[in-house]
Design a protein around this ligand. Sequence first.
Ligand code: GUN
Length: 290
Amino acid sequence: MILVSGKEVSSRVQDEIAIEVEKLKANGGKIPHLAAVLVGEDGASRTYVNAKVKACERVGFGSTLVKLDSDISEADLLAEIDKLNNDNDIDGFIVQLPLPKHINEQKVTEAIAPEKDVDGFHPVSLGKMVLDLPSFLPATPAGIIEMLRHYNIPTEGKHCVVIGRSHIVGSPMSILMARNTYPGNCTVTLTHSRTRNLTEICASADILIVAIGKPEFVTADMVKEGATVIDVGIHRIEDSSKKSGFRLLGDVKFDEVAPKCAFISPVPGGVGPMTIASLLKNTLLAVRLK
Ligand code: GUN
């Protein structure tokens, strides 16, 4: 069993980006600048956004964190987005999800200028992805593709099962795995809450990508011997024995699944760091496309 270390791959990608930034600086070019909008005080979202800002510092990007109260109106949030759209120094920005219930996430996503949509969630970005046109790929699926490439995991002709059809992970992931390229050329099954015989379908997967958002949902009986398992889930479970007061679990019951796998990504240290690497790559691309 080989552990797919997103932490290691992300670190390498970030080193490569840092070299590119140095080159840009040496040539008097624009230093990439990423902004992140955080609405409210959700602990997990704060942690993720802070990690994104820290990664910017590591590679030499400029970064801006826009912190807004959880009771901000939709109109005021849209006005903040408009400011970022029109700020020439900001090359790309993200609005951390989820947003408070009173705000329409789709409306917010569509308000982001497509040329600054480094999360790749805008309909223009997703449409280009479907058509195989150059675009900002959604950060988590793009990070998973990068991990598969880095570990030379065979994909052509393989059966890839994706669990979860979210707009930001499962659905784009299924499209990327079916593309006529490497990694890709899979026969893809996209499964969800209404899928029948989920255990049997998963057990026939050569590559199983789990983004269902339920702690330890995938058990050993759902996994074929020699499969590749990519775990997108991340859950904070209260644990008073930890200094932080919680421990992290994925969507996969790692201890019983790992011995059956050819490759498996851990939580933490798997997909999470790759999302950040992709976001930085997209920001560099935003500068280049300017
Ligand atoms: N919430 C969970 N994942 C993501 C992500 O990749 N981007 C944003 N903006 N919010 C998220």
